[in-house]
Each structure stands twice: as C-alpha cells, then as structure tokens.
Design a protein around this ligand. Structure first.
Ligand code: ATP
Length: 319
C-alpha cells in the first residue's frame, strides 16, 4: 500500500506574461494549472509514486482540462467529481515589482467549494497510505464537512494524515478566523509542513528558533517540518530534530516548490515508513525533497517544473 491521496482544490492560475507588474498593469495572462493539493499529487506521480486526487471541478472546459492534466501525469482521477452549476476556480496571481504576491480569486462559489461528503470516493480514500490536505478546503461548506469526513475515513482505514495549511489570507473572512480554523484540525495530523510565513502567522512570533517551532508541535505528531526556501528546512520528530540545507540552483519562479517538497517527502515515506523513526533515513528523504523543491524553482509555473526521480537524483549526485 503506497498510494498518496491528495484532497482539495485544483484550479487555474492566470499569470502575467511579463514579470514584475501589478494585475492591473499586466498586458496578458497565461494559464497555469495549479492548486496545492493537485500539485502534490502530480509531484508524487512525476517521481514514480502512486497518487490520486480527490476534489470537485466545474463541468466546463477548464474543469475537463484539469482532469486531463491529472490523468496525463499518471494521477488517478477517480476521486474527481464535476459540478454542473459552478465554474472551476480561477485565480489571477502576480509577483509585483515590490516583491509582494498579489492574488485575485474567482470563487463565488467555485466548484471545489461545493464538494459534499456524499460525493467522496470512499473506496479510493480507504486505499491511501498517506492522506494529504490543506486548509483552503476548510473555508466554506459543504466542502469543509466533506474534508473532515474524508480525514476520518482515511484515518480509520489506517492512513497517515499529512497537512500543509497553505495559508491564503485573502480567502478567509479574517486573520483570526483563518488561524482558528487552520489550528482546528492541527491535532489530527501525523505529518505537518509549514513555511516560515505560516509559522509566524500561527505563533505570532517572527523566528524559526526551536522554541517557537515547538509551539506547533503536538505529542500526536510524527513529523513537523518548517520549509525555509533556499535555506532548506528544519524537521522535528518525537526523538530527534535538526535542519537539512537545500541545493544551490538558479531560481526563476518559486511557485510549487513547497508542493514539490511535500510530494517528494510523502513518496519517500510511503515507500519506507520506517524513515519517520530513523533519523538517518529521514534526513536522506528530506534531502531528496529539498532537491525536488529546488528544481521546481528553476522553471516557470508549478506543474511543468516538477522533476522526475532521475532529475532529483542527478542534482543530489552533482552537489
Ligand atoms: P510555496 O512557494 O510553494 O508556497 P513554501 O514556502 O511552502 O513554497 P519553500 O520554502 O519556498 O516552500 O520551498 C520548499 C522547499 O524547496 C525548501 O524547503 C527548499 O528545500 C526548496 N527550495 C525552495 N526554494 C529554493 C531555492 N531558491 N534554492 C534551493 N532550494 C529551494
């Protein structure tokens, strides 16, 4: 049993054709398929692992295009359902000249928010070795209930639960609501990954020192990770903790690096679950995940830049 089942949103980012402009200044946009949980599923599959995606798309041209992207990348789309009344979610995203990321979402509501618990592919979820999710699917009903039910089904069937909150402040009614809801499912997860920004958002402290990270640790967890961009990441398990540096690459676009990292790590964990208890094995797996994240930053877009296993091993050997 090595399947990674990823739950949540898949959508299309529209990204300006030129760099460093505001959304209003952008002369034109390119379609960039994404959605963190979908990226994770494709990352797992690209490096040779079994992956499935569970979520809802609009029964429209874009929704069918996204489902085809999953299949073309070897991801089982048996958990995808289509909504005839709502559109596939869209997001306009730009990295402005001042370095700030600007988002504009079209979700009023979008199909992903309308997934119901009754529409879950229970048999597929029960096959998961790891069940992975974010927090965007917690924002609105009925998807929130479907998300919580899917977590229960996976846990009962013996899966490890993996959580990358993937904070998108603009989607929540308030910062307080975002924090409360993101933390409401904190204790269920076996594996949690946060970025530096999320660590600060959740703890209120701008530091990645161990005592700050430990505020997010729970005794029920098996692994807590803090990703640090080009600095690699820090890891915390019950009996050990440490840091693993990343690899030097020519960074072009960081979109999807976190998802590539998660996908690669989950693939390694389902292949050899003992790496969660064995620090040496875990560090090797994190190194692999760092390399996967690093390569993803060297090309534009998330999905097109996710590497194969051979590419990851090549970067590790070269270093
Ligand atoms: P995202 O932009 O997808 O939300 P994130 O903030 O969750 O990403 P990052 O810390 O940016 O995650 O990246 C994840 C991992 O990818 C890092 O822990 C690191 O190993 C690798 N990585 C990211 N950027 C670079 C870089 N410029 N050079 C080398 N490795 C990188």
């Amino acid at each position: 049993r090595e399947l990674v089942v990823s739950f949540g949103e898949m959508l299309i980012d529209f990204v300006p054709t030129v760099a460093g402009v505001s959304l209003a200044e952008a002369p034109a946009f390119l379609k960039a398929p994404g959605g963190a949980p979908a990226n994770v599923a494709i990352a797992v599959s690209r490096i040779g692992g079994g992956a499935a995606f569970v979520g809802k798309l609009g029964d429209d041209e874009f929704g069918r295009m996204l489902a085809a992207i999953l299949r073309d990348n070897g991801v089982d789309d048996g958990g995808v359902v289509f909504d005839s009344g709502a559109r596939t979610a869209l997001a306009f995203v730009t990295l402005r000249a001042d370095g700030e990321r600007e988002f504009m979402f079209y979700r009023n509501p979008s199909a992903d928010m309308l997934l119901t618990a009754d529409e879950l592919n229970v048999e597929l979820i029960k096959r998961a070795a790891v069940f992975h999710y974010g927090s965007i699917s917690l924002i609105a009903e009925p998807c929130r209930t479907a998300h919580l039910r899917a977590m229960e089904i996976a846990k009962e069937a013996g899966a490890l639960l993996s959580y990358d909150p993937n904070l998108r402040e603009a989607l929540w009614p308030s910062r307080e609501e975002a924090r409360t809801q993101i933390l409401s499912i904190w204790d269920q997860a076996d594996i949690v990954k946060v970025s530096e920004v999320e660590l600060e958002f959740l703890t209120g402290i701008n530091s990645v020192e161990d005592d700050v990270v430990m505020k997010l640790w729970r005794p029920t967890m098996k692994l807590l990770l803090v990703t640090l961009g080009d600095q690699g990441c820090k890891y915390y398990a019950r009996d050990f903790h440490g840091a693993v540096p990343s690899f030097k690459v020519q960074q072009v676009d960081t979109t999807g690096a976190g998802d590539a990292f998660v996908g690669a790590l989950l693939r390694r964990i389902v292949k050899d679950p003992s790496s969660l208890q064995d620090e040496k094995k875990l560090v090797e797996s994190i190194k692999f995940a760092n390399a996967c994240g690093a390569i993803t930053t060297t090309k534009k877009g998330a999905i097109p830049s996710l590497p194969t296993e051979a590419e990851v091993l090549q970067l590790i050997e070269k270093a």
